[in-house]
Ligand binder design. Structure first.
Ligand code: AMP
Length: 218
C-alpha cells in the first residue's frame, strides 16, 4: 500500500501506542536520538516533532497503530504483539521485537467455575485470538467481546473465563481469579509499512538498525 500522506523520503512518521508502551518506548527512542521536542504529557499536539530531523511521532490508541502503518500514514509503528495478533490485516513488516511492555496473554477465571451446559463462555477484548485458541484446542467456546475490565465478567456471571493480558497477576488476584493457561508471551514490536521500506529505505533501515542495536545492548 502506498504512502497516503507523508511521501517525502527524508521524512519519517513513527506511530507509537499511547500509555505503557509509549512510556517504555521513549527511553529506547531517546537512545537512538529521537526525543519529542514538546513534553508529550503536556502537549495537545497529535503530531510531535522530535530532535531527529524529519522524524515525527504520532501517539495514538494501540489498536490504531497497525492501521496507520498498513495504510502508510505512518512509516513505522510500535505496538503490542497482542494488538497485532488481534488486528485483521497483516500487510506490514514486523522486523524487531523491542522487548518492552512484556507480559502474557492468558486464560483466567474463578478457581471453581461452573460451566452452563458444559460450554465455556469466554469474555475478552481479544475475540479473534480467543476464537483461534479454542478452535486449536478443539474446545467449543462462546466468545463474548468486551472493550475493558474483563476481570468483571466472571464476577457477575457473564463468563466463566477471560482472556486478558497478565503481568504481575495482581489484577487477577485482587478479583479472586486464577490463571489457567498462557496463550502466548507478549512484547512490543516495531512494524514497518511495506512501501516505506522501499521508498524510504535509507532512513527506515537506519532506524531499524539503531533500535536493534539498542535492544541487543539491553
Ligand atoms: P497485572 O495486574 O500486573 O497482572 O496487570 C494486568 C493488567 O494490566 C490488565 O488489566 C492488563 O490489561 C494490563 N496490562 C498488563 N501488562 C500490559 C501490557 N504490557 N500492555 C498493556 N496492558 C497491560
Amino acid at each position: 500500500m502506498g504512502n497516503t500522506f507523508n511521501s517525502n523520503p527524508d521524512e519519517v512518521m513513527l506511530a507509537v501506542s499511547k500509555g505503557r508502551i509509549f512510556e517504555q518506548a521513549m527511553p529506547l527512542l531517546e537512545r537512538i536520538g529521537i526525543t519529542p521536542t514538546d513534553d508529550p504529557d503536556k502537549s495537545r499536539k497529535l503530531v510531535l516533532d522530535t530532535t531527529a530531523p524529519g522524524v515525527r511521532l504520532l501517539v495514538i490508541r494501540a489498536t490504531d497503530v497497525p492501521t496507520y502503518v498498513e495504510y502508510g500514514a505512518a512509516d513505522l509503528g510500535i505496538a503490542g504483539k497482542d494488538v497485532l495478533m488481534e488486528y485483521e490485516g497483516s500487510d506490514y513488516y514486523e522486523p524487531l521485537d523491542l522487548k518492552i511492555a512484556q507480559c502474557r496473554l492468558a486464560v483466567a477465571g474463578p478457581p471453581q467455575a461452573v460451566l452452563v451446559d458444559g460450554r465455556t463462555r469466554v469474555a475478552t477484548k481479544y475475540s479473534k485470538v480467543a476464537r483461534e485458541y479454542y478452535a486449536r484446542l478443539g474446545v467449543q467456546a462462546e466468545v463474548i467481546k468486551l472493550y475493558g475490565s474483563m476481570e468483571l465478567a466472571p464476577l457477575v456471571g457473564l463468563a466463566d473465563r477471560i482472556v486478558d493480558l497478565v503481568d504481575t497477576g495482581n489484577t487477577l488476584r485482587a478479583n479472586g481469579l486464577v490463571e489457567f493457561e498462557t496463550i502466548c508471551e507478549i512484547s512490543s514490536r516495531l512494524i514497518v509499512n511495506k512501501a516505506a521500506m522501499k521508498t524510504k529505505h535509507k532512513r527506515v533501515s537506519a532506524i531499524i538498525a539503531a533500535l536493534r542495536a539498542v535492544v541487543k545492548d539491553g
